[in-house]
Design a protein around this ligand. Structure first.
Ligand code: M6R
Length: 366
């Protein structure tokens, strides 16, 4: 059932090119002219009526929501709030019939997310669910459903569900942006072309895992690891840190790199591993300064940069390059080495990769 792989997690990591491709099938138009969601069939007025979007989810799905916020706000120009479901429910959220609530859940059974969905409906909001499980409780309760077509995800640590959720977020942002008239057709075409290239790019990243395996073996016994990034890279840093904590039990923290000097820099001392993501051009120089800051404290830095970037390796100890794509789509690629790092760190430490201690695949209790 593991198809020759040692664990479900690594099998599912390798299934990502296929999962991502299937999630786009029939949605990204064949001629790259746009995105269509048969299950929504929205018209312009459906989108212009949305004054605000509230994204609600837990864990990894919440991290997909943070990326979703960037994408929807940038490409469709609709304000988006993102909450973890267990907080949303209890903060008396300001949502109404002009709000679209998007709940994201791989399993479709997470109790907090389901309760948040019900709360949103009670307040008059239309609810769109993004889930991987057909007929799940969340799919049944929502007004509309978009399925990720990732196939069953067995490992507790979510991988292919996350990347397919990101694909949905990107397609939804393009869909809403074009319906609203906020995205010129040429930009839509460019984004669709880049979307289509993603499975090949992921495949390419999965072909060369040896350096990551080596880093994981080298740093697998450190007590703390820091993940730094700005803008979309920060969202990915959050996911990288969660993955590492969850399966390898290494304490990991994700930091918006600009926040370093407001406290965290005190923890950066000689030999502390820092994973620094620097894929976003508009904050690239700022990120390099942050890298220099941690290097000056003798941290060991693994940089995640874009192929073609010939600067980053001058400042870090090791570099992992990801294929260049549209800046809004880079999270779908930059998360891959972080998933692999977590996986190999857990293997090195002899952890139960697929069933980490104290965790369940679907959390149906509060
Ligand atoms: O099934 P869901 O997407 O609602 O699950 C949400 C979280 O419990 C889940 O993403 C959790 O954080 C994963 N184990 C992370 O790898």
């Amino acid at each position: 059932e593991k198809g020759g792989y040692e664990h479900f997690m690594i099998k599912e990591i390798y299934e990502q090119p296929k999962a991502v491709r299937e999630t786009m099938t029939g949605r990204v138009e064949k001629d790259n002219s746009g995105v269509e969601f048969e299950e929504l069939k929205w018209i312009k007025e459906d989108v212009t009526a949305i004054k605000k979007i509230a994204i609600v989810a837990c864990g990894t799905a919440y991290h997909a929501g943070i990326v979703g916020k960037y994408l929807i706000e940038n490409l469709a120009r609709i304000p988006v709030e993102v909450d973890v479901a267990s907080e949303f429910r209890y903060r008396s959220p300001l949502i109404d019939d002009q709000t679209l609530t998007i709940v994201i859940s791989q399993s479709g059974e997470t109790l907090d997310t389901l309760a948040a969905l019900k709360e949103a409906k009670k307040l008059g909001s239309r609810v769109l669910a993004v889930t991987n499980v057909v007929g799940s409780s969340i799919a049944r309760e929502a007004d509309q459903v978009i399925y990720t077509w990732a196939g069953p995800e067995i490992a507790v640590a979510s991988t292919k569900a996350y990347t397919t959720q990101l694909i949905i977020m990107a397609m939804l942002a393009i869909y809403m942006g074009s319906l609203k008239g906020k995205l010129p057709p040429a930009r839509v075409r460019e984004l669709c072309q880049e979307l289509r290239e993603l499975p090949n790019h992921i495949y390419e990243l999965l072909e060369d895992v040896e350096p990551i395996k080596t880093f994981a073996q080298q740093y697998g016994f450190n007590e703390d690891v820091f993940f730094l990034g700005r803008s979309l890279d920060y969202a990915v840093a959050l996911e990288g840190a969660l993955k590492l904590k969850e399966i390898s039990y290494i304490h990991a923290e994700a930091y918006a790199a600009g926040e370093l000097k407001h406290g965290t820099l005190a923890l950066i001392i000689e030999g502390v591993p820092v994973i620094a993501l620097a894929t976003q051009k508009d904050v690239y120089e700022k990120m390099l300064s942050n890298i220099k800051e941690v290097k000056a404290r003798d941290a060991v830095v693994i940089g995640i940069g874009l192929k073609g970037d010939n600067q980053i390796e001058k400042y870090v100890d090791h570099t992992i390059y990801i294929p260049a794509t549209d800046k809004f789509l880079t999270p779908i690629l930059s998360v891959i080495p972080l998933q692999l790092l977590a996986y190999y760190a857990a293997v090195t430490r002899g952890c139960d990769v697929d069933k980490p201690r104290n965790l369940a695949k679907s959390v149906t209790v509060e």
